[in-house]
Design a protein. Structure first.
Length: 184
């Protein structure tokens, strides 16, 4: 069984501006991306922050707690696995176990994910990186029955025309260089 590596948390927030200010100006995170969660003009915006050259985001905020009945701040916690094979194995284990409920296979262009709930209803994501970076947020349901080659081609076709589409290694190298310049 492959190991999971902690990746990020997504929080529901009340005051997006204050949270961005605190996390950037006090804790030293940088805004790495932002945009609406879907095509609906009333969809909330999601804001991604990171300090890492190897992670698009380590934390993200969705301003949905003000005036809405959201039970807590946690939207989901995410864990990275090493490959699509590992991800498929986790998906199969979750299906066999049955306690996670339905799995949502979602592709963000830069990651293939399964979203699900733990036995107490906490949101979880297990994902692996695709070979590409694409501006976020993005999300399209993918078919876990596709072969690896079919999934790669589908992902390239679905996200290839999106803003900032390119090799993930080039994106992470650019982030590392940006952070090095920022520290000097």
């Amino acid at each position: 069984m492959s190991q999971l590596r902690w990746s990020h948390a997504v929080l529901h927030v009340r005051d997006l501006r204050e949270m961005i200010d605190f996390y950037t100006n006090v804790l030293g995170f940088e805004l790495s991306d932002r945009g609406p969660l879907g095509p609906d003009p009333k969809a909330p915006e999601i804001v991604f922050l990171s300090q890492s050259p190897d992670d698009h985001h380590q934390i993200a905020f969705v301003p949905t707690r003000a005036g809405e009945d959201v039970p807590g701040a946690l939207n989901h916690m995410a864990f990275r696995t090493g490959s699509i094979r590992d991800l498929r194995e986790f998906g199969e284990r979750l299906r066999k176990d049955g306690r996670a409920g339905p799995l949502l296979p979602l592709c963000h262009g830069n990651a293939w994910s399964f979203y699900f709930k733990d036995p107490e209803g906490n949101g979880l994501e297990v994902f692996c990186d695709t070979p590409w970076h694409v501006a976020q947020p993005q999300g399209k349901v993918w078919d876990p029955a596709q072969s690896d080659d079919e999934l790669l081609e589908w992902t390239r076709r679905e996200f290839g025309g999106e803003r900032e589409f390119g090799p993930i290694d080039a994106f992470y190298a650019g982030r590392a260089e940006h952070l090095r310049r920022r520290e000097s």
